[in-house]
Design a protein around this ligand. Sequence first.
Ligand SMILES: Cc1ncc(COP(=O)(O)O)c(C=O)c1O
Length: 489
Amino acid sequence: MTDSATNHDPANLELSPDTMQAMADQVLQRVLAHLAALPEAPGCGDYDGIEALCRAMREQAPEQGTALDALLAPLFDEWIPRSFTTNGAGYLAYIPGGGIYTAALADFIAATTNRYTGIWEAAPALVQLEANALDWLREWMRFPPQARGLFTTGGSSAMFNAIACAREKLLGVEIRRGTLYVSSQSHHCITKAAKLAGIAHDRVRVIAVDADYRMRVDALEQAVAADRAAGLQPFMVFSTAGTTNTGAVDPLEAIADLAAREGLWHHVDGAYGGCFHMVPGLRPLLAGLSRADSLTLDPHKGLFMPYGTGALLVRDGEDLRALHSASAGYLPENQGEFYDPAQYGPDLSRGFPGLRVWLTLKFFGAARYRAALAEKRELAVWAAEQVARIPGIVLDAPPQLSLFAFHLESAALPTLAARNEATRELMRRVTGRGRVMLTGASVGDRYLGRVCVLSFRTRRADIEACVRYLAEESAALLAEAAAGRRADP
Ligand SMILES: Cc1ncc(COP(=O)(O)O)c(C=O)c1O
């Protein structure tokens, strides 16, 4: 589809209403066909010849335009299918994401109206929508009214802002003295964020975990004491409300107590698990989360948003403002009453992430979100019970939230290396069945299989299929291993 007005006047990039309608129709048709085909789409995508494809795709900047349908065809037919099916019901790998439809509509509106939400003055009512959405998160996390937050591009960027905030408040210019504490199961983005925020690797302490993969508070206490004795200044501890490897929830209350005693800033990484706090019945699983000085949430995980939606909450909003607040002669004077994104975050010109969260939460309502999140947890609990009964599978980490981890063990797998390889192969074979995608993780010297239920599309039938595949494939693997051993001289 080309547009005659544009063709006659190359400098005119405006499209006619009819053209825009036709283009939107084409996109919508493609999107609906994509969604309709999701149940049959292989969970792991089609990776055959992917490197050759990527090499062949390299091209020069186009001098002339191309009709939209010619662009959509390879995008939907060739390139999108060659990726993980992250929006599919069978995506149980890593931490599943979302891609809820209403958020896409909000993004379309945000991009076409292209309102400036960096500063309050430019779009006061729209910024208020974002402030509302952040305030709902605050309320669900049971943070106090003076808390303030920020929509970020993801959890990693929320972590970066949190470290900068704590560093500014507690270390000032004395950055090199400051030490920061994570557990061996913390997400790697924290160490990365620390480096970005000026906290070098030699000031990051990795604390051991207990048998349930939760941070050992006694080890944390010792590390803090050792650093103080060495003349350093412990300033920040990260706990995790749902680790990526095994779904472990650190002892948040005990860490909050220690942080209060020691004057540390306590950040809770709730990128995966924080949103379960929305569900009153599940709050006890996350006891202590509300006491954090700051909290990472990832709406592109637990609120089913598209990628690019993270969030940070800071208990005392003034701390966040003290880090980011700035003025310039060309900007309107900052006023105090209303939320002003550029005063609470690093970006000036920015997208409008609040609209996708606001529109979606308003459209579905919190009650349906609570129901969906509660269901994901129930599915994981049910699946873990079934998987624990499969001969040869040992459940290492039952679901504290909606993720569990396990490995294969049998007399036919006599060494750790053999058990690790068999568990890895189990993940591959289950994924190879097409309907679900699973990934494992190396935890210490052990390779663990894992199932994480968080996609809004994942329902009981998908989880039943996953359990069935795990049972069938582990039986086949163990039989092969036993036959191999018998064949050994
Ligand atoms: C527990 C945890 N923290 C942090 C992150 C990083 O978040 P993001 O990928 O949104 O930057 C993840 C990502 O999976 C995570 O699972």
